[in-house]
Design a protein around this ligand. Sequence first.
Ligand SMILES: Cc1ncc(COP(=O)(O)O)c(C=O)c1O
Length: 367
Amino acid sequence: MKLIVPEFISSIKPYSPGKPIEELEREYGIEDSIKLASNENPLGTSPRAVAAISKALGQLNRYPEGSGYYLTQKLSGRLGVKPENIVLGNGSDEVIGMLTRAFITPGDEAIMPFPSFLMYEIMVRASGGIAVTAPLTASLFPDLNLIKEKITERTRLIFLTHPNNPTGTAIAADDFKRFFKAVPPDIIVVVDEAYIEFVRDKDVLNSVDFVKSGGMVVTLRTFSKVYGLAGLRIGYGVMHEQIAEVLHRIRQPFNANSLAQVAAIAALDDDEFLKETLALIHSGIKYLYNEIERIGLKFFPTQTNFLLIDMAMDADEVFECMLRKGVIVRSMTSYGYPEYIRVNAGLAEENERFVRALEDVIMEMGR
Ligand SMILES: Cc1ncc(COP(=O)(O)O)c(C=O)c1O
């Protein structure tokens, strides 16, 4: 076989997701492990969403409603934008891919903070584009001034993650306003708000406001995190209708599956599940702050459901040792932090188990 692969594809390093529980148990022969590695909702899925899914199971022989009419209507009412401003995706990942396919041609540039969500770089490079990275500030915020300096004639997209994954830092509304004014009007600014529901600080950016005032901004949101629907794959982008019109040209006709659509509609109405999730996550993060401080490790304050911890030792080794204790965390080596791990808040007993395992690992590694 002679497989001809473009160099810009063969040079891509595949995305490495959090290790699934099933894989860990199969490989290590352990049971009862926990996963705190992919920022998922530890409470499960909204009961209203589960009921809606059960009801829709009898219709799986039919194609989904291709325009996502009812979910789009519901989101439009919630967000105060027109249905024409919304594009659904098979996870917000897919909307990132639609944006790069539509707007990046070989040699075009997209600027992104580093570290941030690794899929931007993969998608940009898959279109033959150049991923221009801008290191975070010393306090681990996206460096908006540096990003501005990196804009060239070839810049088509700018990605911002708000709050940022893996640092948990959120962009202040005023900082974004100043930044956005300085961005040339033909560049699309993509603000990925996958964790926006967890934010506790006031005065942070809500990028949908910039879509409403007609800016070249795309807000990305997902049902994978606070709504507990990661396995169904449903997310969306909010954007100027002219941008949406372009994405609809290249979108697969049934990209948002039928169970995901009904589940998302029901989850949006499940205020109780949302409240319970936020209470659990916020108390979990507080518990983790206290425990990590007691252990004597450095951590970075977060606006999300996850926490970045400086282990001051090899993160891949910590990851491996934690696995053997049945606790899956994420090594941050591929994010440029070879001594940091990222862990998301789980159920109270999962957080306690994580802390116990971490203390054991620190002892074993002789710190
Ligand atoms: C910042 C960020 N954006 C997007 C995603 C992907 O979300 P989805 O499950 O909607 O594709 C993630 C998932 O971890 C994320 O951390």
